[in-house]
Design a protein around this ligand. Structure first.
Ligand code: UD1
Ligand code: MG
Length: 456
């Protein structure tokens, strides 16, 4: 069988996006649009990928070249035919797939189905079409006696042509020799003075070549040209992921308002409340409850963990049976041991927090190790960042009681089973089993309150 390679068109600015970021780099459900198109092409067994770049070239190269994708520069954006030429199709494989870089809903399965028809019919060129209720600004497929005759762009179309609801998806399969023969013949004779790749259809037909219109799924025609379409594309993908998880036994209260990226795993019996965003390599085990408006990125969460409302986790590891939040913040490199409790307005960064330990209210722990079954009182702070702009470590042992509103000025170590009196500012280590009091003594001046207020 002939080899297939692909040209992905991505040199356009995406003017209607009104964004400084090149259109194809906008993420859709966490993955850049272009990446999704390239993945679809790879899943259609494409051997070589070439992406035509122009606007935002450097940024696109930065993303794609490390993945072995070849980027070809289109000097000036003179239209889709000129863009195809920029990829140097003459040096590519026998069969070439041409696809726009702004169709993030495209899948390998859809492409494969069309490619099989292209091969089976041995045609020179195949255009993938779709029938849409609202064909909007997409090129129209003009047929005569059932056969495709031409593609007409909206700007060049008559009122009658605009009535046609079969459109060009911007996806084509062609033999290399077809492109070599007819691409150079395309002229910019149209409203936009652009070189239209779509003119290949009539040029091929005029020379007696076999051209075919393959009707694909309507979703294949979904291109992103504006922020509204970007949001719609994201919504479709988030919905799909939510449905997949629901089929696997995850309870999602409102799939329309839950944002789970495709890379995320959630175990059966877990419950996800609305407004939650699960991102990247996050893995949630079974029977977890994630209350509304939580953000969890690249984190591992064990079985039966409760993440209560408004919590924010980033690169954190949480063992089973932990309760977090509401409004807890776990920053990178934080590990929470089994059964621990992290309460409201507690922030942790680079912390190993032992099993069964608690930090229930309003605390900051950074660069710290906390043993098992230790209680961190309300308002406790590890002062990890010193005036020399360096970070220092705090070590708190097992079964320790750190009284409320204490500060631990790092580097400092607190031994097992010790007690730190409330309101202490520790600057020295606390030995095992000791009671540390590091605050000024209270003095009570009898009867002084009345004196202080003064008599009327
Ligand atoms: C194009 C098709 C239209 C089809 C639609 C599907 C043409 C003339 N029209 O229209 O029939 O229905 O796609 O979405 O082909 N690009 C370049 N260099 C250029 C011009 C465009 O790389 O000089 C890239 C763009 O970045 C984009 C793709 O080609 O990814 C399509 O270009 P765009 O201007 O969006 O074409 P449409 O008007 O959507
Ligand atoms: Mg477009």
């Amino acid at each position: 069988m002939a080899e297939l390679s692909a040209i992905v068109l991505a040199a356009g600015k995406g003017t209607r996006m009104k964004s400084p970021l090149p259109k194809v780099l906008h993420p859709v459900a966490g993955v850049p649009m272009i990446q999704r198109v390239l993945r679809a092409a790879k899943n259609c067994d494409v051997q070589e990928l070439r992406v035509v770049v122009g606007y935002g070239e450097a940024l696109i190269r930065q993303l794609l070249e490390p993945q072995g994708v070849i980027c070809c520069k289109q000097q000036e954006q003179k239209g889709t035919a000129d863009a195809v030429a920029a990829a140097d199709p003459a040096s590519m494989s026998e069969h070439i797939l041409i696809v726009n870089g702004d169709h993030p809903l495209l899948t390998g399965r859809q492409l494969k189905k069309c490619y099989e028809q292209f091969v089976a019919n041995n045609c020179a060129l195949a255009v993938v079409t779709a029938c849409l209720e609202k064909p909007a600004s997409l090129g129209r497929i003009v047929r005569h006696q059932g056969e495709i005759k031409a593609i007409v762009e909206v700007k060049d179309a008559s009122a009658a042509t605009l009535e046609i609801n079969e459109v060009n998806t911007g996806i084509y399969f062609a033999k290399r020799e077809t492109i070599e023969a007819y691409l150079p013949q395309i002229k910019p004779h149209n409203q936009q003075k652009e070189y239209y790749f779509t003119d290949m259809v009539s040029l091929c037909l005029e020379s007696g070549e076999k051209v075919m219109a393959i009707e694909g799924e309507p979703a294949m025609a979904f291109g992103v040209n504006s922020q509204r379409e970007l949001a719609l594309a994201g919504k479709a993908l988030f919905r799909e992921k939510a449905f997949q998880l629901m089929d696997d036994g995850v309870v999602i209260i409102d799939p329309e308002n839950t944002y789970i990226e495709e890379t995320v795993q959630v175990g059966e019996g877990s419950v996800i409340y609305p407004g939650t965003y699960l991102k990247g390599s996050t893995r949630l085990d079974s029977f977890c409850v994630v209350e509304p408006n939580c953000f969890i990125q690249d984190s591992v969460v064990g079985q039966s963990v409760q993440v209560r409302m408004g919590s924010h986790l980033e690169k954190a590891k949480v063992d089973k049976n932990v309760v977090l939040g509401p409004y807890a913040r776990l920053r990178p490199d934080t590990e929470i041991g089994e059964g621990a409790r992290i309460g409201n307005f507690v922030e942790m960064k680079k912390v190993k927090f032992g099993a069964g330990s608690k930090a229930n209210h309003l605390a900051y722990l950074g660069d710290a190790e906390v043993g098992t079954n230790t209680n961190i009182g309300c308002g406790v702070i590890t002062c990890n960042y010193a005036a020399d702009k360096k970070k220092y470590k705090t070590k708190i042992g097992n079964d320790v009681f750190v009284g409320s509103d204490s500060q631990l000025v790092a580097p400092v170590e607190v031994g097992d089973s010790s007690i730190v009196a409330s309101g202490s500012t520790l600057t020295k280590n606390v030995p095992e089993g000791a009671l540390a009091i590091a605050r000024s003594r209270q003095e009570n001046k009898e009867g002084y309150a009345e004196k202080f207020r003064g008599k009327d």
